[in-house]
Design a protein around this ligand. Sequence first.
Ligand code: GLC
Ligand code: CA
Length: 533
Amino acid sequence: MQIGIWLRAVGSTSVERTWWRESVFYQIYPRSFQDSNGDGIGDLQGIIRRLDHLNDGTPASLGIDAIWLSPFYRSPMADFGYDVSDYCDVDPVFGRLADFDLLLAEAHRRGIRIIVDLVPGHTSDQHPWFQEARASLGNPKRDWYVWAKPRPGGGPPNNWRSVFTRFGSAWTLDPETGEYYLHHFLPQQPDLNWWNDAVRDAIESVMRFWLDRGVDGFRIDVAHGLVRDQQLRSNPRFLLGRPRRNWDLEEVHAIHRRWRKVLDGYSDRMAVGEVDAPSLARLVRYYGNDDELSFPFNFHFLGQPWRAERFRAVVGQWERLLPAHAWPDYTLSNHDRSRAATRYGLARARAAALLLLTLRGTPFIYYGEEIGMTDVPIPPDRVVDVHGRDPERTPMQWDGTQGAGFTAGAPWLPIAADATRVNVAAQRDDPASLLSFYRRLIWMRRGSPALRAGTYRTLPAPRGVFAYLREANDEHLAIAINFTDREARVRLGTGAAPILLSTQHGRDGELDLAAVALAPNEGIVARIGGQAG
Ligand code: GLC
Ligand code: CA
């Protein structure tokens, strides 16, 4: 086993080096990053204003390489932009197309790439395509969506459920034509019919529209959905490992292969997919034969409880499953999940960051993670999301003033009570702050071939500690993370080695590799001579 893992680690250096495999991504939820006109909602001009925080070319900034921008397209905002009514325009609340072009230019000028959210599974019910489709049974766009007659005796055609559980059935009756239409999310988000070639062509045109404008790629929404059983058969009542008929179908891979060809027709573009696969073995299929997604998100990683053994297991399983051409990527938070600092506790925020940014794989950071933003309790009269996700979407905390530097007006979601203390301005010049730690960590990663592109192999460690090596050419780094609230001791090799970075501010100097003492929740990176194991 040990030997197998070692060989695999050596072999994995054959992965082709591309910008997206070596980048640190940063997700911006546009409504919540920076408001520029006082309407309480973040916008594109606001993002431009804050680009220097993300990367101004110096270690005084965070140092990220790429932005994933959640949707900013025209939308009635029933799902805050994931219900698109025009794929090729900017919603007025966020600005205009010219603002997007400026944002892209300003980002590129700083060496920051931008990928945009592609929402191909469904449109808004206000999209002209759906307006046409619902107009009559015979409308040429009718078949762009999924329609079905009520089942005999009435009621929805099958037992498929909306992901937004409060809506129950994934079907809504359209009284005008007497048929049900399918929506795996809100009734205001009718599903497109991906068996229809015209739909495939239309979404390809959308991709080309943004690629021609210069975007560096896409985050693809619900990339395991899209295609549903053509006969609309119900799911088995008890799944027990049996495949579902509305998710993760074989045909979806044909779509990913087509999209990859589109991307490969441009230079240096990528796609990361939101893929909720029931197992890592199903997930790995979305790389295809290096002809599908650049990578899918790995939500099995995000879903782990804070235990060393669990993270070691999920990373190890993933590393073993990945074919030689495939590169992992990891994330701990996004706009759909409770923030990592809330799930694991703030005391572990640094260790979690160290884990995310030192594993073999592209890290995705969620805005605010770098200052320790946590889920914000939302009073009932301020709830706006249909699915309970407001707490992790609150405004970015830039400073301690009333609008947190986010807005001069009334923010669309409440600002965290701790924003007076937890904010960028308060942390920027404090070398002991979480923000300073993130900066050091990211800039260390930027300068390290081993961290950016090197091999991965675990080191034996006592319970509660996750230890591994990252190596490239003659750079050898040992990483050890104590997941427990107690002190721990781990052997990383022999002799002495300099500490490159510790989550304990001020800890530097040399380590005795034979007995490395770790404080509770401490993680360290040490440069070793290549003798560990
Ligand atoms: C994805 C998005 C989520 C959205 C849903 C429907 O899961 O991340 O925010 O509600 O798709 O588009
Ligand atoms: Ca605004």
